[in-house]
Ligand binder design. Structure first.
Ligand code: ZN
Length: 220
């Protein structure tokens, strides 16, 4: 997906050399962030590495982990570093197009599928309401965010099953479904095979392929 490049001219205060570089997260700035202090708005912006989003200090989004925070003197710099404007606080009036928002959420899921992901946690992380997230995601992707989470987990599970000898329970855990029997049920429902059967099937496929000199026979 393309990166948003929004040009804006407001609030680019001249503050010397610091203007174009990342700034240090001082205790003062950190306090401004966790207290949603509006008096710091336009004096700096903060981006969160784990979500790829940047905000005004006053944003009511949940407090980020301190080690994930990067501080920028202006929105341009945050954009130049590939961060995207928060849907909620719209730093510098930048509006994030829905496509980009959904893209951002998908990327978040792609790299955090091992965590507990509900519609609420996703909405929280991606700075929007659960209702709006659900609706917008479905309109753009054709599936709901929760379905997307499941697809991603199943795809990762298939990958692990075919490429490793990791026990099924470990794989279940790694893809964010700690309840192994639930994982097995879900996997079977999706693929028609239990994880163990799937693993065996993939191996047989590979053996068959070698025997047939790499030709044909590959359904699903
Ligand atoms: Zn925000």
């Amino acid at each position: 997906m393309e990166v948003i490049r929004m040009i804006h001219d407001e609030n680019v205060a001249e503050v010397g050399e610091e203007r174009l570089t990342e700034q240090k997260l001082t205790e003062e700035k950190w306090q401004a962030i966790i207290n949603n202090d509006a008096s710091y708005d336009n004096r700096f912006f903060y981006a969160v590495k784990s979500t790829g989003i940047f905000c005004r200090p006053s944003c009511k989004s949940r407090p980020p982990k301190k080690e994930n925070v990067r501080v920028f003197p202006n929105a341009e710099q945050a954009l130049a570093e590939q961060f995207r404007p928060c849907k909620r606080c719209k730093p510098n009036g930048l509006r994030l197009p829905d496509d980009d928002w959904v893209d951002q959420i998908s990327q978040y899921i792609d790299s955090n599928y091992g965590e507990t992901l509900t519609l609420e946690t996703l909405a929280d992380m991606c700075h929007g309401s659960p209702y709006h997230l659900h609706r917008t995601f479905k309109r753009i992707k054709g599936i709901t965010p929760v379905e997307y989470v499941q697809h991603t987990r199943m795809a990762k599970a298939k990958e692990c099953l075919s490429r490793s000898d990791q026990p099924v329970a470990d794989i279940a855990m790694a893809v964010g479904i700690p309840n192994a029997s639930y994982f097995i049920t879900l996997f079977k429902k999706r693929t028609g095979r239990t994880p163990a059967e799937y693993r065996q099937w993939i191996r047989n496929q590979s053996i068959a392929e070698v025997l047939q000199d790499g030709s044909k026979s590959k359904n699903d």
